[in-house]
Design a protein around this ligand. Sequence first.
Ligand SMILES: *[C@@H]1O[C@H](CO)[C@@H](O)[C@H](O)[C@H]1NC(C)=O
Ligand SMILES: *[C@@H]1O[C@H](CO)[C@@H](O)[C@H](O)[C@H]1NC(C)=O
Ligand SMILES: *[C@@H]1O[C@H](CO)[C@@H](O)[C@H](O)[C@H]1NC(C)=O
Length: 421
Amino acid sequence: MKSIRSIICYLTFVQYAHLITPLWWNIGLQQQQKSPIILNPYLNSDEQQEQQLQTDEFLDDPSQYCSAWTGLSIGQKQICLLHADHMPIISQGTAKGIQECQFQFQDRHWNCSILHDGTVFGRVLKQANRETAFANAIFSASVTYAVSRACKQGLLKSCTCSRKSRPKSLPRDWSWGGCGDNIDYGYRFSRDFVDTPENEIKLDTPSVSPILLDAMNNVELPNEYSIINPVNDHLLLSKRREMKRRRIRRQMNLHNNEAGRRAVYRLTRVVCKCHGVSGSCSLRTCYQQLPTFREIATFLKEKYDSAVEVRFSGNTSNKNRQQPQIRTRDRRFAGPTKDDLIYVHESNFCDYNPRVGSFGTKDRLCNKTSYGSDSCKSMCCGRGYNTIRKYVQEKCNCKFVWCCSVQCLTCTKLIEIQVCK
Ligand SMILES: *[C@@H]1O[C@H](CO)[C@@H](O)[C@H](O)[C@H]1NC(C)=O
Ligand SMILES: *[C@@H]1O[C@H](CO)[C@@H](O)[C@H](O)[C@H]1NC(C)=O
Ligand SMILES: *[C@@H]1O[C@H](CO)[C@@H](O)[C@H](O)[C@H]1NC(C)=O
């Protein structure tokens, strides 16, 4: 029964999936391309040295390598051609972003489920909601993070350790200049790479862009732009609406991308290492160090919870490229800061709704004694829950055996779990 439901669910998503163009985030799911060599099926892993050589050759002519990544925009492909050695780093960074998203949102209605449709998170991204805001921020942060660290590790040709100047507050006898994470380079690279697709969006001609994502999802667009007839008022109107929607969405994405990068910047700190006779700490060397990526994700998750609902004002429909102004929806509050995540529409992931990419929370696990977001009350959106008793196998009666292993028995235990109706 459940599998039939999931097949139907899958089919429905596939049906909608083709409406979405791939996004660069998808490279986080293309880990197999970490080494360009793997693209070549005739090589096997025994030929280690030869592979190394071939990798370098590949990077001398990266055009084939760069077109193998799906989801890159035109500008991103150009960046890839110039900096092919950055790509495996970005891919790993993005993979970490996806992983952290799933960790941070494991007990939320939307839990970063992956769809293999080229967009990573699917139709959710079509709306200008909090979830999209978080996704933009975490991916932008993950590129900043991965590149900053890779510079320090000497993995990239175009950067090395941080060259940031000595902080004024550092005590005079502490030395500055250990090899730090190069956050300045990471920030700039992320700004170029991550923001590029947004700036490629054409705002005056209705061509299909890589990030054709609607801010006002309740308006359906004509699918075939080529048949737009200027005489047809209705289509002209929807074209105008579409332009406005793109402007707003671009503005929102750029803002949230920047918020993600700023989070990395803000949490980066100066750390010092002690040297000297047997840890006497008579000498110290200090340098910049990124926090753990978990800390950044946790910080951005808090920003998600306190994200600011905004409206865009100003003349968003005129053709001059003036940017729409961001205002908080509730005018009692001051406008969002650059560190805040912003969104336009509230989302709802309680019910199954493929149109907006919501799987619903039916059959999700919940905790009947918790008061948090994993509580049955919150997770099940008030629909209640079923209690399921099931047997699980566990290790038990473990004994230490001389020397040196631990031997356990397998016990069967009856447990109760709660799942949402
Ligand atoms: C916005 O700009 C367009 C074109 O420049 C103009 O026709 C329209 O009246 C403007 N709308 C507002 C509200 O200013
Ligand atoms: C995330 O949500 C989906 C759909 O509701 C569910 O199938 C999946 O098990 C959830 N993942 C986790 C880790 O809870
Ligand atoms: C449920 O929540 C309670 C209270 O927060 C916690 O002590 C308990 O470990 C949770 N149970 C599970 C299965 O996560």
